[in-house]
Design a protein around this ligand. Structure first.
Ligand code: HEC
Length: 191
């Protein structure tokens, strides 16, 4: 039994050390875009279905669970990792790293100048010095979103209460339609 306990960690360490097959930037970009489509589609479908079947207050709970679980499941299956990030957070787990923060600020500037791009990408070195493709796509506020990200006094009281119960430090409110709410962010190792 002891041997098995020793064996598995060793295999896992060995697996982590094996270099990945190199992937071209074009392939990585296509795969990153596919991950963004998949996550965006899933979250949007789930949000609409839970609002229709259960109402806004219950949809907050549904959002809360699915928003973290769905990308976590995808990240287990894919070489790249995906998450949502924002400058005004509801969930601290969605805090941007330095790279993402700079791109989010750039997106806001571009949006103000009506030059917002669909995709922001560049190849950077990760902590271990390996080239990594970073792909971000802006997420814009639509009228549906205002029910949980608009000015709170226009919301249902029960919805405000529920959001603050789960996220006491919520800062993701006060948005208007068309603003940049945040971004999908993919980190895709090229080597
Ligand atoms: C039913 C309420 C509800 C609606 C409607 C809603 N959201 Fe959210 N939103 C949430 C909750 C809850 C979270 C926190 C999820 C988490 O824990 O990761 C969240 C988080 C986010 C985040 C991640 C950044 C952060 O602040 O943590 C983005 C981006 C986002 N929402 C965009 C949108 C957009 C765009 C729409 C409209 C298409 C929308 N939301 C509609 C409840 C909602």
């Amino acid at each position: 039994m002891k041997k098995i306990f020793l064996f598995f960690p060793l295999v896992m360490i060995a697996a982590a050390c094996v270099a990945l097959e190199p992937v071209s930037e074009d392939v990585a970009l296509e795969r990153s875009k596919a991950m963004i489509e998949e996550l965006g589609g899933n979250l949007s479908k789930h949000l609409k279905e839970s609002i229709i079947s259960a109402g806004f207050v219950e949809a907050i709970d549904a959002c809360s669970a699915v928003a973290q679980e769905t990308p976590a499941k995808m990240n287990k299956k894919n070489r790249g990792t995906i998450r949502r990030v924002s400058l005004k957070l509801r969930n601290e787990k969605n805090a941007p790293d330095d790279y993402e923060k700079n791109v989010l600020i750039q997106m806001e500037k571009d949006h103000a100048n009506q030059e917002l791009k669909d995709i922001y990408k560049s190849v950077v070195k990760n902590k271990r010095g390996k080239p990594t493709l970073r792909v971000m796509k802006p997420i814009l506020v639509k009228s549906l979103c205002l029910n949980c990200h608009g000015t709170p006094y226009t919301w249902k009281r029960a919805a405000i209460k529920r959001v603050l119960e789960i996220y006491p430090d919520d800062r993701a409110t006060g948005y208007a339609s068309g603003e940049v709410r945040g971004a999908f962010s993919v980190v895709y190792p090229l080597q």
